[in-house]
Design a protein around this ligand. Structure first.
Ligand code: C2E
Ligand code: CA
Ligand code: CA
Length: 384
């Protein structure tokens, strides 16, 4: 606790922390030739001394309690940790602002210590990221995104049961860019919401084309949903609109959510998924086996099927223990009335083993790689 009039630091002193005012008030002072001018009077929740956090600098002004005052200290170490976790663009902006402020106030440059450390790499990263985001925004407008479809096959008899829609970016310079290279970027901003809406419509349009070939209400289309889409109020209306526009049944849609996403959100009840299920859509737990694989949670999740990750299928090759784990997971899923889709099937050995263990559906390069609608439709036509 500082007494009224007590000085916290003087202009020109070394400083490596900032303060937040919990109670009381603080005067910020410009000191020159023995004269003091009050630059600002700060109150509760205001922060001051922050400029010394960048570059372990000298205090650019003094500070004195204007009343009985208590403070919280924000250390250089704490800020360093937060900055390293932050977006490079924010770091770059902070550093630039700090350096401009210092130049304006004292004519000194702020490019030492922490400021310098976060400088060059961040400038490049921020630049690259802004470019990539703008590129991706343009990609949507120029219709460079494409939906590829990968067949999902009934293991019992090899019939095509449905497809998964997998997005691609047909980049004018880079060629076909896989989703792993741009979806994570899109997920960091609201771009994923726009891309997601486009995917919903595209997947329903593709499904309508496939329906025209095979009138079969059990034929389904799987659509991947990202975390940000789970609380996007536009998703449910977009699904309704796409179903109506392309005249497909809600029961023909499956929504894929990754296990880790669903577990993070299990406590808020996932109203979007519940609403979708109430309309007859089904929900798949994607990449099961890569996250926590929290079996104890499985019965609480609003989920109709389990997609066994490729790593599980690969375990079938490895040893007997791997096989037993897969067997147990399939049994448990069936106990909970979920069907099981095995991902990443590449060999006939995989098929034989999974069929024997009772997996319902399979997906993988063995049955077909993700391909444009034209090619997917051709496979379906031939299978009739
Ligand atoms: P995912 O949902 O687990 O999709 C399956 C991925 O496994 C696809 O990669 C597919 O091409 C690949 N795959 C299928 N069969 C095999 C196989 O037999 N062997 C091997 N090694 N791989 C196989 P892709 O298309 O590159 O997609 C990667 C991930 O990108 C997806 O993983 C999904 O998380 C994300 N993604 C793709 N499309 C979308 C989308 O429309 N929306 C969202 N939110 N995410 C998407
Ligand atoms: Ca998926
Ligand atoms: Ca998957």
């Amino acid at each position: 606790m500082l007494a009224p009039g007590e000085r916290l630091f003087r202009q020109g002193e070394h400083g490596d922390c900032a303060y937040i005012i919990e109670s009381g008030a603080v005067e910020i002072l410009h000191e020159e030739g023995g004269r003091e001018d009050v630059l600002a009077l700060l109150g509760v929740q205001d922060i001051f001394g922050e400029m010394a956090l960048f570059g372990e600098h000298t205090r650019s002004a003094g500070a004195r309690a204007a009343a009985a005052t208590s403070l919280t200290v924000v250390t250089h170490d704490y800020l360093t940790e937060r900055l390293h976790a932050a977006d490079p663009m924010l770091r770059h902006l902070l550093r630039t602002l700090n350096s401009r402020c210092r130049e304006l106030l004292n004519g000194e440059s702020g490019s030492e210590g922490l400021a310098a450390e976060i400088d060059d790499a961040d400038r490049a990263l921020a630049h690259a990221r802004v470019h990539a985001e703008q590129d991706l925004t343009l990609a949507l407008e120029r219709e460079e995104l494409e939906l590829y479809l990968q067949p999902i096959v009934r293991l019992r008899d090899g019939h095509i049961a449905g497809y998964e829609a997998l997005v691609r970016w047909n980049h004018p310079q880079r060629g076909m860019v896989p989703p792993g290279e741009f979806i994570p970027l899109a997920e960091e901003s609201a771009l994923i919401n726009r891309i997601g809406l486009w995917i919903i419509d595209g997947a329903c349009a593709a499904l309508a084309r496939l329906n025209a070939l095979r009138r079969d209400p059990s034929l389904f289309m799987s659509i991947n949903l990202s975390g940000r889409q789970l609380n996007d109020p536009q998703v449910l209306p977009a699904l309704d609109r796409a179903l109506a526009r392309h005249a497909v049944e809600a029961g023909q849609l499956k929504l894929e959510i990754t296990e880790s996403l669903l577990l993070q959100r299990v406590d808020d009840g996932l109203p979007l998924l519940e609403a979708c299920r109430a309309r007859g859509m089904r929900v798949s737990l994607d990449d099961f086996g890569t996250g926590y694989s929290s079996l104890s949670y499985l019965h609480r999740l609003p989920v109709d099927s389990l997609k066994l990750d490729r790593s599980f299928v690969l375990q079938l090759d490895a040893n007997e223990a791997g096989r037993r784990i897969v067997a147990a997971v399939i049994r448990l899923a069936h106990e909970l009335d979920m069907d099981v889709v095995a991902e990443g099937i590449e060999t006939t050995q995989h098929i034989d083993a999974l069929r024997e263990l009772g997996a319902d559906l399979g997906q993988g390069y063995y049955f077909g790689r993700p391909a444009p609608l034209q090619a997917a439709a051709e496979i379906l036509r031939k299978s009739l």
